[in-house]
Ligand binder design. Sequence first.
Ligand code: NAP
Length: 153
Amino acid sequence: MTEQDTAQGATAADAGATKVTLVTGASRGIGLAVAQALVAKGERVVITGRDSDTLEQAVKQLGEESALGVAGKSHDEAHRAEVVERALERFGRIDGLVNNVGTNPAFGSMLDLDLSVARKILDIIWCPRWAGCSWCTGRGWPSTAGPSSTCRR
Ligand SMILES: NC(=O)c1ccc[n+]([C@@H]2O[C@H](COP(=O)([O-])OP(=O)(O)OC[C@H]3O[C@@H](n4cnc5c(N)ncnc54)[C@H](OP(=O)(O)O)[C@@H]3O)[C@@H](O)[C@H]2O)c1
């Protein structure tokens, strides 16, 4: 463990412990690939997505002993709180967040963007990312906000 880890809230008990990472939007695509890479390293993941059937398939693929799926919408605060609660309940710790969820409902010039679409982009992508950054910063972890933003201790 480095001095930086200690400064970021890790304790001696963390040394050698199996890390647990929350990966949002991980029932397919880049999020699922990130989850697969973490599980391949022997770590555990809590993955999210809206469709519970797809999420369940992803959990089976990852291995039920290493992965937990919590279905819900990224812009729903109650869902985000449930993800944290169920992660702690199941695995007892959280070491990181990969805030991967995203959508691209618009193509072309921003000047042509309908306001309802702009609001959807803010709600689905940016609000959860700001909330995630704030959550990580509050735990003393480094934090970034960009496509597939990541913070871990
Ligand atoms: N693919 C690229 O070339 C590319 C390039 C640059 C950046 N990115 C960024 O990388 C991230 C992942 O991209 P991807 O191509 O892997 O996406 P994807 O294949 O469309 O997968 C998106 C994942 O997010 C979930 N999801 C979508 N909307 C959600 C919502 N509102 N609430 C909760 N979960 C939701 C989806 O499951 P459900 O549909 O069941 O909810 C799915 O698991 C995105 O942020 C994207 O902007 C992608």
